[in-house]
Design a protein around this ligand. Structure first.
Ligand code: ASP
Length: 355
C-alpha cells in the first residue's frame, strides 16, 4: 500500500513520463515500483476465466496475422458469446428473474473510441453491436429496446437466447426465488453449510458459474484494445445493468498506458470505477498486478463485511505487454496467450485478497 509521499512521487513520475515522451518515460521506469506478475513481448491477449483460453485462441489468430487488437478482442469474445455451455455470456446466458436473457457488452480501441450496449435482448453477439455503436453512431451507449432496434437495423438477426438448460435453471431458481446472488464463488471453495445465497453451481446439471469475459490485447503495432461481454448476474432484476458494459467500470483502455477489465459483482466495480482506476494506477507507475490489487483493496475498504461474501477480479495489461490480476476470493483465473501452442495459452490463478 502506498503512503502519501509515495503516492505523490509516483503521481509525479506518471506526470513526468507524459511530458518526457516515450524514452523519458522509459528512463523513469527504473524508479517505478516494479512487481509485475507476468511479462511477455507483444502481441499478447489476456482474458478472464478458463473459457478465456478458447476466446484467446480466436483473438490470437487475428494478432498473429498482424491484425488490430480491436479485431482480435471482438473475434475472441464472440467465442463464449456463442457457446451454449457457457451460461454467463451471450447465447444461453442465465435469464433475469423474469426469464429474459439480457446482455451487456462494451468495446474500446486504441484511440479511445468506445461503444456499448446494455440490457440487449435476442442478439447473439452483443459485442459486435457495441462495436457498431462505436463506429456508426455519434453515441457511446445504447440500451434495451433502443439497442435492439439499432442492432436489427444493422442487420443482426433476432435469436432466442434462452436455451432449455438455462430455462431449467431459472425454473429451479424460481422455486425459492431468493434474490441474494453470489457471484464467482467456486464450487470447490463454496461452503454450502454457510451459504445463505443462491449459487447456480448447486443446480442439477453441469451449470457454469463463471461470469463475464473481459479481454484485453496488445497487437504487433503496439496498440491496445479491449472487450467485455456478459449476461450479468444470474436471475437479476429486469433492467439491472452491471459493470461490464460501462466504460471505466468493466473495461478501460488508454493506449499510452494500458488496459484493464473486470469480472465479479458489478455493483462494487461501478462504485470504484474499477477498470479506469486500474489504468490510472498503472499510469502512476504501478505494475498491472499491483494496480489490480489496489483496486480490490479499495473495494474492501469501502465495505469490508460486504467484500467477504462476493467475488471481484481485475485483469490488466500494460503497454509493455506485462500483465497481472488480483481478486477478492480464491477461484479467479485468467488466460494468457502469446502463441499458437497450448503452452503459450495458459491459465494463471489470480492472487487473492482473502487468503
Ligand atoms: N460483472 C458482471 C456483472 O456484474 C458479472 C460477473 O462478471 O460476474 O454483471
Amino acid at each position: 500500500m502506498q503512503n502519501r509521499r509515495n503516492f505523490l512521487s509516483s503521481a509525479l513520475v506518471g506526470a513526468a513520463a507524459f511530458s518526457l515522451g516515450v524514452s523519458g518515460a522509459e528512463a523513469q521506469d527504473k524508479k517505478k515500483k516494479k512487481r509485475s506478475s507476468g511479462k511477455a513481448a507483444g502481441p499478447i491477449v489476456i482474458s478472464t476465466w478458463d473459457f478465456g483460453r478458447a476466446a484467446n485462441r480466436a483473438a490470437w489468430d487475428v494478432l498473429k496475422a498482424g491484425g488490430r487488437a480491436l479485431d482480435a478482442v471482438e473475434a475472441g469474445v464472440k467465442i463464449p458469446e456463442a457457446d451454449p455451455n457457457n451460461h454467463t455470456v451471450g447465447y444461453s446466458g442465465f435469464p433475469d428473474r423474469d426469464g429474459r436473457v439480457t446482455l451487456d457488452a462494451c468495446i474500446m480501441d486504441e484511440k479511445g473510441n468506445c461503444g456499448s450496449v446494455a440490457a440487449l435482448e435476442h442478439i447473439m453477439h452483443p459485442i459486435s453491436v457495441a462495436r457498431q455503436v462505436m463506429e456508426k453512431t455519434p453515441h457511446v451507449m445504447l440500451v434495451g429496446d433502443g439497442a435492439l432496434q439499432f442492432a436489427l437495423a444493422q442487420g443482426f438477426e433476432k435469436t432466442n437466447l434462452l436455451t432449455p438448460e438455462s430455462e431449467k435453471a431459472w425454473k429451479e431458481w424460481l422455486k425459492k426465488a431468493e434474490y441474494k446472488p453470489v457471484i464467482n464463488i467456486e464450487n470447490k471453495s463454496y461452503d454450502t453449510k454457510g451459504a445463505t445465497a443462491f449459487n447456480p453451481l448447486m443446480l442439477p446439471g453441469n451449470v457454469y458459474n463463471h461470469d463475464t469475459i473481459g479481454m484485453v490485447a496488445l497487437d504487433a503495432n503496439g496498440n491496445l484494445s479491449g472487450a467485455c461481454t456478459t449476461s450479468g448476474m444470474a436471475f437479476k432484476m429486469h433492467g439491472r445493468v452491471g459493470d461490464s458494459p460501462i466504460i471505466g467500470a468493466g473495461l478501460y483502455v488508454d493506449n499510452e498506458v494500458g488496459a484493464a477489465t473486470s469480472t465479479g459483482l458489478g455493483e462494487e466495480v461501478i462504485r470504484v470505477v474499477g477498470s479506469f482506476l486500474v489504468v490510472e494506477l498503472m499510469r502512476q507507475g504501478y505494475s498491472p498486478e499491483d494496480a489490480c490489487k489496489e483496486a480490490v483493496t479499495r473495494i474492501v475498504k469501502k465495505n469490508p463485511e460486504r467484500a467477504k461474501g462476493i467475488q471481484i477480479g481485475f485483469l490488466a495489461l500494460n503497454k509493455k505487454g506485462e500483465h497481472g490480476a488480483y481478486c477478492l476470493q480464491k477461484g479467479f483465473n485468467y488466460a494468457v496467450c502469446t502463441g499458437d501452442t497450448e503452452d503459450k495459452n495458459t491459465l494463471i490463478d489470480g492472487k487473492t485478497y482473502f487468503k
